[in-house]
Design a protein around this ligand. Structure first.
Ligand code: HEM
Length: 451
């Protein structure tokens, strides 16, 4: 990595890497390490060139707040979202402006506190059913297990469909689609979608599979004329000023977005949290002690969570060390300012939760798994954007309450019934794609607990 300090408008470091490709090869090999190293070496506000694009890396909490909250009107979603739009269309995650705002308002009631609490029963029932199928002593890939479980929970709570039978097919299609758009965002010269390259062909087949599932859900609901009062009904009943409802294509974009955003991140969070727990028996013991003290021998419901602070602290700490959304991107649509620095319209911005969540300026022993840091003064001293697993500002995750509740409930249901042992020699590595997946999954041996 070569660093030079030249900038015409502001004295910020510029990290250029190799000629032509810039930092792209390093970033492709090790995105987390590359970003961390640049920020630690050159500071929290720095230019870095990946291929043809020079990004502004922003890792100062105060400035992150400027981008996501105070000056949010000056930004749209960043370059990576273009590739995602190819799969998700104009759903909540990828749309912009008035259209996005209208859709967000339509979806919001499904995520109000009382509504999310009402999903608690389904979350626990599905977790119990899933875990009861496990046998003492067997090995399983916990990453795949968590994906199947959270997909089933999202489909049932938001769309009232039982999808577990199709979870394998959906999972495989999502894997292909995500790998394809990650390949596109990280390539030097992305080829147009229309070219029949092997990646594009795989991508199209995967999309056709996902479409079949999602259009199937929509058609079934239209045919049944039922109104279970779920998110899908809300979206279908919505009318614009001219009295028009959403087209099937719009419904498809929202449904697919919510199925995807609503399960993959939470599954990744649960998997990493179990990875951490498997190495910290003292934390697991304290978790079980809290569950036993508060619940006796029953599973929790959403209403119990306020009395389970340690359980919630484990979820928070897991999200700190392994934030499923590990990077955010934005593109300025007007000039903006960060402290004394001015930047032109068009500036692409990258902000990484992974980097900030492990910054020793904010966290004592930043690499250590210490849930109790969330129970005392250390958490109260944190600046606002030193911890932001769900982003911030108007584009903040709509499913935050849903995800935190689901993760805590599933964790509790599992911890009461099973011990999770990492298989000796298992390779555990982050694979930062769209979310922070595990490159080789998480192969574990499951031990049923007595009593
Ligand atoms: C641990 C789990 C989760 C994490 C870490 C997470 C993280 C995030 C982040 C960081 C964003 C903002 C992206 C940006 O600003 O560019 C976001 C947006 C979003 N998330 Fe989540 N999410 C999680 C769970 C969920 C769940 C359970 C749902 C739905 C059931 C969901 C639905 C969405 C949607 C629809 C958006 C776009 C919101 C908008 O722009 O209006 N997420 N999520």
């Amino acid at each position: 990595m070569q660093g030079t300090v030249t900038a015409p408008t502001a004295p910020l470091p510029q990290v250029r890497g190799l000629p032509v490709v810039g930092l792209l090869p390093a970033f492709r090999r090790d995105p987390l390490g590359t970003l961390t190293e640049i920020v630690r070496r050159y500071g929290p506000l720095v230019w870095a060139r990946f291929g043809r694009v020079e990004f502004l890396l922003v890792h100062e909490p105060e400035y992150i707040e400027e981008v996501l909250v105070r000056q949010h009107r000056r930004f749209r979603k960043g370059p990576g979202f273009e590739a995602m739009r190819a799969a998700l269309g104009d759903g909540l995650l990828t749309s912009e402006g008035e259209f996005w705002l209208r859709q967000r308002r339509l979806a919001q009631p499904a995520f109000h506190r009382a509504q999310v609490a009402a999903y608690g029963e389904t979350m626990v029932a599905y977790a119990r059913r899933h875990v009861e199928a496990w046998q003492d002593g067997e090995t399983r890939d916990l990453a795949a297990e968590m994906m199947r479980l959270t997909l089933a929970i999202a489909a049932k709570t938001l769309f009232n469909v039982d999808i577990e039978a199709e979870a394998g097919r959906i999972g495989r299609a999502l894997d292909v689609a995500m790998a394809a758009f990650v390949a596109r965002t990280r390539s030097l010269l992305p080829l147009p979608d229309s070219l029949p390259t092997p990646t594009n062909l795989r991508f199209r087949r995967a999309l056709a599979d996902l479409d079949a599932v999602v259009y199937g859900i929509i058609a079934q609901r239209r045919a049944s004329a039922e109104d279970p009062g779920d998110l899908l009904s809300m979206l279908m009943q919505a009318r614009d000023e001219e009295g028009r409802g959403m087209t099937d294509r719009q419904l498809r974009d929202e449904t697919l977005t919510l199925l995807l955003a609503g399960h993959e991140t939470t599954a990744v969070a649960l998997t990493w949290t179990w990875y951490l727990l498997a190495q910290h028996p003292e934390v697991l013991r304290r978790l079980r002690a809290e569950l036993e003290e508060v619940l006796g021998d029953r599973d929790p419901g959403a209403e119990d969570l306020p009395r389970l602070p340690y359980t919630q602290a484990i979820v928070r700490e897991g999200l700190r060390l392994y934030p499923p959304a590990w990077v955010l991107s934005r593109q300025a649509v007007e000039p903006f300012e960060l402290g004394p620095h001015r930047f032109p319209a068009g500036t692409p911005v990258l902000i990484s939760q992974w980097v900030v969540h492990r910054d020793p300026r904010w966290y004592e022993e930043p690499e250590a798994f210490r849930p109790e840091r969330w129970l005392g003064d250390e958490a109260r001293r944190l600046p606002a954007f030193a911890y932001f697993p769900f982003g911030g500002g108007p584009r903040r995750c709509i499913g935050e309450g849903f995800a935190l509740q689901e993760a805590a409930l599933v964790l509790a249901v599992m911890a009461r019934r099973f011990d999770v042992e990492l298989l000796p020699g298992a390779r555990v590595e982050p694979e930062p794609q769209v979310t922070l997946r595990l490159r080789h999954g998480l192969p574990v041996r499951l031990r049923r607990r007595q009593g």
